[in-house]
Each structure stands twice: as structure tokens, then as C-alpha cells.
Design a protein around this ligand. Structure first.
Ligand SMILES: [Zn+2]
Length: 524
């Protein structure tokens, strides 16, 4: 179990699930909890049992289906209603019966919210906190308190906001998390308020939203001011601009401030965990995410690349392996020989000076025509292999292709493609139909080759991007097509460029199939 001196408290399953478009089933929530436990967080807030049937079920299933190694589950809920006993409030009963070792109670700490939203007196609000905390403590649960709108409340009525902390701590709440519920704070003023709260001698936590783009900075400022419990969400999920990104907070505190929050080997698995969670949530991963984004350690400039070859640490703030990420070289027209050699090494090739010089020349020439290799690693690798081999090598040769696009009598637009190929000494003629010309070409190629290469059945075209590039140097505009394909083991991207969109697509498609066959172990 995690050390109690500093808490890493995840609220993805409760506050993070408020994100627009994010919808988690109970099975999804269990899967996310397992990933978070794998990272080594101390607490996982599972939801609001009693108020939400799905969350009640989560806690019920968690008892038998979750085998947590690091984390403890926390059930979230409100203090008792005004005018009833905590022991008689059915929502408090649901928290008690959740089986969670920790209950996190949300309570009002802003005087105007008590009067206008809760519609009770300031005294009754304090009594609700006192009764509910002491009742749950007496029933054997550990209690944390989320002081809602604390910062706005402190600015409006500091004496009352601090009284809420004192009452909760006296009643037995072991942590009071100060919530920047509206997310409007900036680090300096937030730190002043945390500092004042710490003086009450209650143990202080922090819960930040990212409406000013400062959720992570605010969390760090709060820790510096004395908070010893930090809340956040996986990948910064949450409503509006999201919650503090727990991964960024943990990496910053552990790698920059020397906190010992999660096991080192778990931190070294953080990039994978962050992406595994996006698979469950079905939210596209942010490639620019700090520490765990695909681009977080990607370098572009050729000028830098020569120095990176000498000492990678000159151009990165940490060793990416510490968070399970990788340094990546982007091959671009700014690149020189050094970045091409580095990229070659990343792909497993040691390139001699002649080969790398020739490859740089080919890359530069192709980039001047509109190719880009930054987003098309597979095309770059094929180019590299061809340069090393001294010839264009492929699993099949193309005699010709043809596409017909027809608006049929019913108004439906259909496409039909015919390809003529040579492979393994055979001439192949195949026809495919599709909802568009590229789809039809893709089907025709596979239909033609699948008998000889059954693995192609696994290869899928998953993304297709078209961009019109303005003509330069007196040439016409050209079309650039990027195709992303996948098989059971992963994804790859290829690029094609031509004045004609179908020809550009064909180039990307031909490379996609060639690369897919290489991945399946077929040498050309
Ligand atoms: Zn929140």
C-alpha cells in the first residue's frame, strides 16, 4: 500500500467522467481502476454510490473483481441533508454500505453557496459537516472532505471558510481538500490561501480544475504551500477545460521535486498506462501531452539533431525512459544527416556516411515536392530500405490501375477499381468496389494479393487525410495523402503526393500494403 505521508488521489472515475463525450460503463470503470492501481496511485475515487446506480454497482463489483495492490477505493458523497440525522440519511447510508475504506464528503465552504444553493444557515452547514464526518468515522470509515468553492469562499468570507476546515478536522476528517471548483485561480494567489488554510493545522489537500490553464501549476503551488494530498484525473479528463492532469502532477513532483509517490518501475510505465486508459475511454490521446504524449520528446530541427547525437540530454528536460516514453526524431526538410542517422538507428539501421548523405538528398528532394515524413514513419523506412538496397524493392509490381466513379440511377455514387499486378511470378487482375475511389482501389489490391499473402486480411485502412498544398516555384497545387493502416500489432502511416488525388492515394496505399507485408515477415 502507498505511503500515507503524501496522497496521490485520483478522481477520474467521478470528476473526470464529467467530461463531455466521455461515457464509462461499470466494466470500463473497473478497467481504468486497474490501470491506475498499476501506476501506484494511493486512492481511487470510484463514484457516488446511492446517487448513481452505476456507481453503486461499481462498488459492489469492485469487492470481488478488483484486486488492488496499491490503491484504496474512495466513495464520494455529500454531507447529510439539512434537518435530518446523519444516521437517518439514505445517501449517507449508501456511503457507509459501499464497502469503501474511505469516504470523501463534499461540503460547502462558500457562505453564499450555503445560503443560495443549499438554502440553509451557515450554522446548520457546519452541523451537517460535523455530524456526517463523526458518524462515518464512528462506523469505521476514514473520511476526507472536499471543501467545494473553497478559494472563492475564502475571498468572500475567510473566517467562515477556515471555520469549515476546523469543524471538519475536529470531527475527524483526516484530509480537507481545497477545491478550486470554478477553476479560476492563478498559482500565486492560490498559494496564499493554501498557506492560510495550513495554519489551521488541518491536513490540507488540493483539487484543481484547468479553466485558467493552471491546474497543474496550481497543484504544485499548493504542495509547495503545504498541501500533502493532491487530486487529479488521468490525462487531465474533466468537465470544461478538465481537471489537473494527475500524470503530469506525479511526474513533476517525483522527477523534479524528489517526492517518492509511485514505484519507479510504475512511473517508467506511465506512457503505456496513459494510452491504455485512452483505449478504455475512447478519447483520442493528446499527442502534445507533457511526459506521455507521442510528441513529448520528438525533435525536428536538423541543427539540434547533430548535438542530440552527441548528447541527447542537451535537448530534453528528462530522460524519456523515466516515464516510459521515447525520444523520436522527425525527419523534415530542416533535418540534416545527423537526424537521418538517428532516425535510422531508431528503426534498427546503422547507416554509413554515404548512405545517409544519399538519403538526406532524397528526403530533401521529396520534401520540396510536398512529401512529409514526420507523420509517415513507414514511408521513411521504405525509402531508407530502398536507399540501402540501391533499388526499389516491392512484393508486387504494378502494371496498371483504373478507377471508375459512377453516379448510378438511384443517385448512389459508387466506385469500381481494377488493378493489374505481378506477384510471385503471376499476373493478377482484380476488381474491387467501394464507396469511394480509394476504398475501391484498396479492396482491389487486397483481393488480388490476399491469395498469395493471407496476412493482408489483418491489415486495415483506418485513417485517410488529404491536404492540398499550394504550388511553389511556379508549379501547380499538389495533393498530399496520408494513410494510416493497422494490423493486430500496431499502426503505421504512409504518404503519397501528386497533382492527382487518386495517384497520391495510390502511392500511399501501395506503400501501406508493402509495409504491412514487411511487418508480417515477408522480404521483398
Ligand atoms: Zn472538481
Amino acid at each position: 500500500m502507498a505511503d500515507d505521508r503524501f496522497h496521490v488521489y485520483d478522481t477520474t472515475l467521478r470528476d473526470g467522467a464529467q467530461q463531455e463525450g466521455l461515457n464509462l460503463t461499470v466494466a470500463d470503470k473497473l478497467a481504468v481502476a486497474r490501470h491506475l492501481d498499476g501506476l501506484g496511485v494511493g486512492f481511487i475515487e470510484g463514484g457516488w454510490p446511492g446517487a448513481n446506480p452505476k456507481d453503486t454497482e461499481f462498488f459492489r463489483r469492485a469487492r470481488t473483481e478488483l484486486d488492488l495492490r496499491h490503491a484504496q477505493l474512495a466513495a464520494f458523497g455529500a454531507t447529510r441533508r439539512a434537518g435530518v440525522k446523519a444516521a437517518d440519511d439514505p445517501l449517507v447510508a449508501a456511503l457507509r454500505e459501499s464497502g469503501a475504506p474511505v469516504v470523501t464528503l463534499v461540503a460547502k465552504s462558500h457562505d453564499r453557496h450555503v445560503e443560495l444553493a443549499l438554502r440553509t444557515t451557515l450554522e446548520e452547514n457546519l452541523a451537517m459537516i460535523r455530524d456526517t464526518v463523526s458518524h462515518l468515522r464512528a462506523e469505521g470509515q476514514r473520511v476526507f472532505l472536499d471543501a467545494e468553492h473553497f478559494f472563492d469562499g475564502y475571498i468572500s468570507n475567510p473566517a467562515y471558510a477556515l471555520e469549515v476546515l476546523r469543524v471538519a478536522a475536529e470531527a475527524g476528517a483526516s484530509v480537507i481538500a481545497l477545491c478550486d471548483t470554478n477553476g479560476g485561480m492563478l498559482p500565486d494567489e492560490l498559494a496564499d490561501v493554501v498557506h492560510a488554510a495550513v495554519q489551521t493545522s488541518a491536513r490540507i489537500g488540493i483539487h484543481c480544475h484547468d479553466d485558467t490553464g493552471c491546474a497543474v501549476a496550481n497543484s504544485l503551488a499548493a504542495v509547495k504551500a503545504g498541501a500533502t494530498h493532491v487530486q487529479g484525473c488521468a490525462n487531465g479528463y474533466g468537465e470544461r477545460s478538465g481537471n489537473a492532469n494527475l500524470f503530469t502532477v506525479v511526474a513533476n513532483l517525483q522527477l523534479k521535486r524528489g517526492f517518492d509517490l509511485v514505484p519507479r518501475e510504475a512511473l517508467a510505465d506511465m506512457t503505456r498506462i496513459a494510452h491504455a486508459i485512452t483505449e478504455v475511454t475512447n478519447v483520442t490521446p493528446n499527442s502534445h501531452a507533457p511526459y506521455v504524449g507521442v510528441s513529448a520528446f520528438a525533435h525536428k530541427a536538423g541543427l539540434h539533431a547533430s548535438a542530440i547525437k552527441v548528447d541527447p540530454n542537451l535537448y530534453q528536460h528528462i530522460d524519456p525512459a523515466q516515464v516510459g516514453n521515447d525520444m523520436r526524431m522527425l525527419v523534415s526538410d530542416m533535418a540534416g544527416r545527423a537526424s537521418v542517422e538517428l532516425k535510422g538507428r531508431e528503426l534498427g539501421y546503422e547507416l554509413g556516411p554515404d548512405i545517409s548523405r544519399e538519403l538526406v538528398n532524397r528526403v530533401k528532394e521529396m520534401e520540396s515536392r510536398g512529401y512529409t515524413f514526420e507523420a509517415a514513419d513507414a514511408s521513411f523506412e521504405l525509402l531508407l530500405r530502398d536507399t540501402v538496397a540501391g533499388e526499389r524493392r516491392s512484393h508486387f509490381q504494378v502494371e496498371s490501375w483504373r478507377v471508375i466513379v459512377e453516379r448510378a440511377r438511384g443517385g448512389e455514387v459508387v466506385s469500381e477499381a481494377t488493378v493489374k499486378l505481378y506477384a510471385k511470378g503471376e499476373r493478377i487482375v482484380a476488381t474491387g468496389e467501394g464507396n469511394g475511389p480509394v476504398n475501391a482501389l484498396d479492396r482491389a489490391v487486397r483481393l488480388g494479393l490476399e491469395r498469395l499473402y493471407p496476412e493482408l486480411a489483418e491489415v486495415e485502412l483506418i485513417d485517410f487525410k488529404v491536404r492540398i498544398l499550394e504550388g511553389t516555384h511556379g508549379t501547380d497545387a499538389v495533393t498530399r495523402v496520408l494513410i494510416t493502416s493497422s494490423d493486430a500489432a500496431g499502426e503505421w502511416s504512409t504518404v503519397g503526393v501528386d497533382e492527382n488525388i487518386i495517384e497520391a492515394s495510390w502511392q500511399a496505399l501501395e506503400q501501406a500494403v508493402t509495409y504491412g507485408l514487411l511487418r508480417a515477415g515477408h522480404t521483398a
